[in-house]
Write a protein that binds this ligand. Sequence first.
Ligand SMILES: Nc1nc2c(ncn2[C@@H]2O[C@H](COP(=O)(O)OP(=O)(O)OP(=O)(O)O)[C@@H](O)[C@H]2O)c(=O)[nH]1
Length: 575
Amino acid sequence: MSLKTRILGLAALLLVAAGTASWLAYQELSRGIIERWGEQVAEIQVRYDSARLLQSLEREIGLARQMAQSSTLIQWAKNPNTPGLTDRAIRQMESFRSNFEDNSYFVALRKNNHYYFNDAADTYAGAQFRYVLNAEKPDDAWFFQLIEEGRDFHLNVNPDTELGVTKLWIDVLMRDEQQNIVGMVGTGLNLDEFLRDIVDIGQKGITTLFVDYNGAIQLYRDRNYIDFASLIKPEGQKNTVDLLFDEPEDKQQILGMLQLLKQRNGESGAVETGFVSVDGRKHLAGVAFLPAIGWFEITLLDLETLIPQSYLWPLIAVFLVSLLIVLLVFHQIIQSRILRPVIGLEGAVKQLRDGNFNHPYLPRPDNEIGRLVDHFEKMSATLRDTTRELEEKVADRTEELHRLARVDALTGLKNRRGLDEVIHEQIQRAERENTGFGLLWLDIDHFKEINDQLGHQAGDDILCRVALWLRAAVRPYDHPGRWGGDEFVVLLSPCDLETLEQIAARIRANVEAESQRSGTAITISVGGYFCQPGETLDTLLRNADQALYEAKDAGRNRVRILAAKGKATNTSGQI
Ligand SMILES: Nc1nc2c(ncn2[C@@H]2O[C@H](COP(=O)(O)OP(=O)(O)OP(=O)(O)O)[C@@H](O)[C@H]2O)c(=O)[nH]1
């Protein structure tokens, strides 16, 4: 796996890890905020719903209380059979009817259990006495129960089977001057309208319900849960609020909250909140006690509806896009600041390893890698210079060795190898240019005796002098050399036969004259051969050697020149 893939993979991994951690932290934080917010909203909502209920009931309750205090009605209730009182009482009732919002009322008298009622349509005009309440009938039990309990005021959701209406009844006890209960008055509110106006007002995600002091559901959008005629039901048969919850701990919690508020004894503004599950969805429940009516108001906030998860999608999108941008920026930075320079450097190192000093331009970021590139370039330049210097030295030394291999150490003339090379080149040139050239073979006469008489060192000196005299006698472009021992060879080119003879004679005479001047007189014998194009090295050496042999044989200190076919041209020199 390349460095780039590994770095980017690691970066992506770290970003995802950091993103996940941030996401979890965000979820925890947002849950905390939502819960805190929800608690405050629940409190506000509870107070708001309570206020709406009380506001709509306050006037009705006030009127009912006023009606219960009517002296006309109280006198009549005490003496229901007194002639004339009933008519007055009915007129009084009717005057209240128009004031009640529902334009209906009821009056029930304790003395004769007579029940009076009229509605908005004045259906019972002249027949307000409807029926006689019967303590044995369950439908009438409410009346007897309330009188027994002696509660001055009571709200009751109850269907009136006789009248065929289901209403939220406001019941107020009527007492005489001695506080004896003489009857009950009140009005009823249409339950469906009331539920629509106060309870089921269509706020999405918010459920409002009212339960009585015992937790029995009184007002709820689903009528099936309403505990009608709760007053007369025995404990255990009531539709209590815990029916709305699935989990036992939620039931416990909500009942506990009611209990807690009861203990706080209607403390003004007291609200209890807690999380519960309704139909598998998490809700925040807010509960308040309404001392004015003796009921509890419960508000359930569906947090998922009020703050749906989809609200978070833009946030998630922003998060993902940010993650992508961070990854791209990171990639760019890593690419330009690390990867590209490192890859370039790797390529340059490979080229350097293969001996190529001319690497392409290397990016140089302002960091450790840039400094590494600097060091590399300096090292590369030093290595290049040192290598070139070394190569030059090796070339010089090789050339020197090459030269030395072709030079005679004693005389400084070409040695046999050097002579071989130039003669070989000359053979080729002669063939190319179709020209002849000359070759002289020289040998010091009686050199052995010189060595024997004067010593080997003196012999060496003479060899060196002969080399000097030989060099002086030939042209600058001729090639004199020492073939070995006391034998010398001279290649003459360009050359014709005549020139060959002249130079051979000059060399011999020069050696003789110079040696006499030097104090050790010596002579040399010279054999010459004029070579023709196409002849081999072997042939011309053999012929030159033959000429030398003839010169020696003829008495030494003389020149013997042979032309092609080994024919002698002349012999010169002294004996
Ligand atoms: N001082 C010295 N002597 C050498 C060197 N190389 C060969 N010699 C001697 O040179 C002598 C050559 O003798 P030859 O050429 O055979 O005979 P010569 O005495 O010259 O007689 P001719 O050639 O017949 O006139 C030998 O005695 C060798 O030992 C050298 O480098 N230095």
